[in-house]
Design a protein around this ligand. Structure first.
Ligand SMILES: [Zn+2]
Length: 395
């Protein structure tokens, strides 16, 4: 199918050039994004290219596409990257979430456990009706995220109810979430995680755990994870962080990565990272597999701001632009099979594209403890194309 479409577009574009058909009758592209620096780690592209879009799909990524297009987007001086994939958000808390995320270049998002069995139906509706691709992790607690800690009462971690929630919403549920901090789960962290695995198992789904300041040691928690599971808030400070008392990455953490556990940044607002943790881990080469914001519609006034801002924090720690884009596109898309044709500008893939601007200057970045660091570069969201259609732009 993709091959056939690719052939049709390619020949249509060729015909238009060769015969100089008048615009009205010529087969044309819907959109051509001209002259930007295309960075697509899934294809190993980092070069000035044009991107042509037709019928909602990527039709060509080439030098100087001369064919007619209904709409031209001038991307000179901008980065043109696959639509951003944010695997830890709370965008399904309300209908305003998904369109706000889209303004930031986020074309695929996962709501990570805002809701559990009792309230997942409303979240699923938000995921289905948004302008971008929305997916959910069902909280193992039937209540979803709750003030005072949704796992303090272990009876809330009800495996049958969680399985029922997944079964009702197989089209949008892509995993199970368990928050394991002491202020969420108390002494119940390991048993809650066992139940999350039990709920996910019949569906073959991953579990995402929120770590940091748990009662149980990191190694005990990691021992309950399987290949493809995700550790979010990977740089949460002690107690029970990924580092030992002398600041070395724990051998069990390195072993977990080797057996296919995904380590995710998960910016968030409180207690999820400080600069000291990031610096120590990055110096040992322990970078995130994926970035995520832990974003909700209120996040614009916090240290999150937007996904490109979160990504920029790692430019400050010496990660390449290519490496930063990879973690917010292809790496993230590979975590969930739902996104297997996303996070890429491959010909035939859905035309989800983010235009970003990489500005030089002095930019202040904030951790979760009001710690600030100054960086020399920051990515800004400029425009988004979602499924081949230009999305509204940020005011
Ligand atoms: Zn979260």
């Amino acid at each position: 199918m993709m091959t056939r479409r690719r052939f049709l577009y390619a020949s249509a574009a060729g015909a238009a050039i060769l015969t100089r058909m008048p615009k009205a009758s010529a087969a044309t592209y819907d959109i051509v994004i001209k002259g930007g620096r295309v960075i697509d780690p899934s294809l190993g592209i980092n070069a000035v290219r044009d991107v042509a879009i037709a019928a909602g799909k990527i039709a060509a990524v080439e030098d100087n596409i001369a064919a007619e297009a209904t709409e031209m987007i001038d991307a000179r001086g901008k980065l043109v990257v696959p639509g951003l994939v944010d695997i830890h958000t709370h965008a399904a808390r309300g209908k305003d979430g998904p369109p706000l995320a889209l303004l930031d270049g986020v074309t695929c998002w996962v709501d990570a456990g805002s809701s559990g069995a009792d309230n997942v139906d409303a979240a699923a509706e938000v995921a289905r009706s948004g302008p971008n691709v929305g997916r959910l992790l069902v909280n193992i607690s039937r209540t979803g995220v709750a003030a005072g800690g949704e796992l303090m009462d272990l009876s809330h971690a009800n495996v049958d109810l969680a399985r029922g929630a997944i079964a009702r919403h197989r089209d949008v549920v892509v995993g199970v979430k368990a928050r394991l901090s002491a202020n969420v789960a108390g002494n119940n962290d390991l048993e809650a995680l066992r139940r999350a695995q039990e709920a996910a198992a019949p569906f073959g789904l991953p579990v995402m755990i929120h770590v940091g300041q748990a009662v149980s040691p990191m190694r005990a928690i990691l021992s309950l994870l399987k290949r493809g599971d995700i550790v979010t808030h990977m740089y949460a400070p002690p107690p029970n962080s990924i580092l030992d008392d002398s600041g070395r990455v724990l051998p069990e953490v390195l072993a977990a990565r080797r057996r296919g556990i995904i380590f995710d940044f998960g910016n968030g607002v409180a207690d999820h990272f400080n600069w000291d943790m990031v610096e120590k881990a990055m110096k040992q080469g322990f970078a995130p597999n994926t970035f995520s914001t832990d974003w909700n519609p209120m996040s614009r006034t916090t240290g999150v701001v937007d996904f490109p801002n979160v990504m920029s924090k790692f430019l400050m720690f010496g990660m390449s632009v290519n490496g930063v884009i990879a973690r917010a596109t292809v790496n993230a898309a590979r975590v969930f099979p739902s996104f297997n044709d996303r996070g890429t500008l491959n010909v035939g893939a859905p035309a989800d594209v983010a235009l970003l601007e990489l500005r030089d200057g002095n930019f202040e970045f904030v951790d979760n403890y009001k710690g600030t660091r100054m960086g020399k570069q920051r990515l800004f969201p400029i425009a988004t194309v979602m499924g081949g259609k230009r999305a509204p732009q940020r005011a």
